[in-house]
Design a protein around this ligand. Structure first.
Ligand code: SAH
Length: 506
């Protein structure tokens, strides 16, 4: 039988980008992942699809999976020959009971490895803009539990030594005992004016920070109804946050932005939104599917050697065309001698992924722009291939044919409504969306089709953002109010228009 092994892996503090490369490698090998309340569930996507996932989350007052049971589970799984990843929030050895789990594995003679993680104090400090040490302020740092083993008394912490010997103190699990912590520190010589920060859900879109002093923070926490999980930072370095804050003052911080484009295309847009601080919520309202028939496209691909121009008006068209070229046992060389025209820089980027440089890039990001460029080139008697979406506007075919070109316009892909109307409805109904983005007319039509008559009621006053004039026109047709339209019609400009809107205190 295969020998089992347990990897005790630190998941990091919440931002899934903060797991280590080694931790991610372990997840990719896992037969079973045993995970916690504080480890980000999206990390589970790193494990193989058929890996078992066991939630053993613990929350204060809700210990539905006692520690002994977790330890016993790890031993059983490893004895059954499994590769087990025990994924723990932050670092396994910092207030994570990883020590106890490792001891049990060691005494049972089970193979294990320990993969460190970014502990929440280190991460919260970074994301709040509080250097834990700084030569001008402190040279010592203490990580302290604010919630000791309930059997012990808080007083078993040596407050007298702790209070003044260590410059920066960070308390984990301290919210319930905050008042005692502050009282004890003051009673043992720390100035009541010492800066304090409480940071909750650090490194996630829900990160919140309160800053005050040892004298004020208890009342601030109470009146803000500030709940765990949170860390308490005590020390002069907290004051540096004012000038070093960077994470939670980005323009879209805390805004939940709905991304409606296809799953395949939402990744890069989501990344752009996240870079501006937003939480991208992906709910595609469009799904790309093969066309009803490939016969026309295949025939046109066969005629590529005689084709003068290839016109591509979206990244989807680029992908569909090259996918079919491959099926027809051809590659980019089939385009030798053909001039490739695209509708804008994003389509040009998509083309570049196949190793091709666009010859013509339309300036105005619309079909009209491509037509104008081509007309300038002179298209009379030229053969033009324009693979397009099933329901595309026919302006390109019409105008170029009128100018004397011979246009082949096969359908290269279709689209359909995905079955996620209920998800979309629930997101809007529960007030989980702060802004909706539309990146094509088709996404507007489908959004309305998915929600039906309730659309405007469900949207309420949620601001709606359009990528450009064509999308806006479709929104107007559906009686949707446009909060802002981006110029130019690019994703970058769309992110900027959201940023401007929310910066103006909406
Ligand atoms: N092993 C973990 C700590 C587990 S103890 C680590 O290394 O970070 C649980 C405590 O960690 C919480 O009560 C809270 O104080 C802190 N914590 C964990 N993640 C946090 C986060 N994202 N934001 C603020 N505090 C967090």
């Amino acid at each position: 039988m295969k020998q089992g092994i347990v990897y005790l892996v630190g998941a990091g503090p919440g931002d899934p980008g903060l797991i280590t490369v080694k931790g991610r490698d372990c997840l990719q090998l896992a037969d079973v992942v045993v995970y916690d309340y504080l480890s980000n569930p999206c990390l589970l996507e790193q494990a193989p699809a058929d890996a078992e996932r066991i939630y053993v989350g613990k929350r204060k007052g809700m210990h539905h999976y006692p520690q002994e049971k977790i330890t016993a589970l790890l031993l059983d799984l490893a004895r059954a020959g499994k590769v087990v990843v025990r994924l723990k929030g932050g670092d396994p050895f910092v207030f994570g009971r990883g020590g106890e789990e490792a001891q049990a594995l060691a005494s049972a003679g089970i193979r294990f490895e320990i993969v460190p993680g970014v502990t929440s104090a280190v991460a919260a400090a970074a994301y709040a803009g509080i250097p834990m040490t700084h030569r001008d302020f402190t040279t010592t740092l203490g990580l302290v539990t604010g919630h000791e083993d309930p059997a012990k008394k808080m007083s078993s912490l040596n407050w007298e030594k702790l209070s003044t010997a260590v410059g920066t103190l960070v308390f984990y699990m301290g919210m319930a005992n905050l008042e005692t912590i502050c009282e004890q520190l003051i009673a043992h010589g720390r100035s009541p004016k010492t800066p304090v920060a409480a940071i909750r859900w650090a490194t996630t879109p829900k990160q919140e920070t309160l800053t005050g002093t040892l004298a004020t923070i208890v009342e601030q926490v109470r009146s803000a109804d500030f709940k765990p999980p949170a860390l308490i930072f005590v020390g002069e370095v907290v004051a540096l946050r004012e000038s070093l804050r960077w994470f939670d003052n980005r323009p879209l911080f805390g805004k939940r932005v709905l991304v409606t484009r296809t799953a395949a295309q939402s990744g890069s847009f989501s990344a752009q939104l996240e870079a501006a601080g937003a939480e991208a919520i992906c709910c595609p309202v469009i799904e790309i599917t093969p066309p009803p028939s490939y016969a026309e496209l295949d025939a046109a691909i066969g005629r590529l050697p005689e084709t003068d121009y290839l016109v591509l008006t979206s990244a989807n068209a680029v992908d569909a065309f090259f996918a079919r070229l491959k099926v027809d046992n051809k590659d980019v060389r089939a385009l030798y001698g053909t001039i490739v025209a695209v509708v804008g820089p994003k389509t040009a980027d998509a083309l570049q992924r196949y190793g091709l440089q666009a010859d013509l890039v339309a300036a105005d990001f619309r079909a009209e722009g491509v037509v104008a460029e081509l007309l300038q080139h002179g298209v009379a008697d030229k053969r033009i291939l324009y693979p397009h979406a099933e329901l595309a506007r026919d302006i390109i075919t019409r105008e170029l044919t009128a100018a004397g070109a011979r246009v082949a316009a096969p359908v290269a892909y279709s689209s359909r409504l995905p079955a996620n109307g209920e998800t979309l409805r629930a997101l809007l109904q529960n007030g989980e969306i702060d802004a909706v983005t539309f990146t094509a007319s088709s996404t507007v039509d489908n959004f309305i089709a998915l929600l039906g008559e309730d659309a405007s009621k469900l949207l309420g006053t949620t601001p709606l953002f359009s990528i450009g004039p064509l999308t806006s026109a479709t929104m107007v047709r559906h009686n949707l109010k446009i909060a802002a339209e981006s110029t130019p019609s690019t994703l970058d400009a769309l992110v900027d228009s959201l940023s401007n809107y929310f910066t103006k205190a909406h």
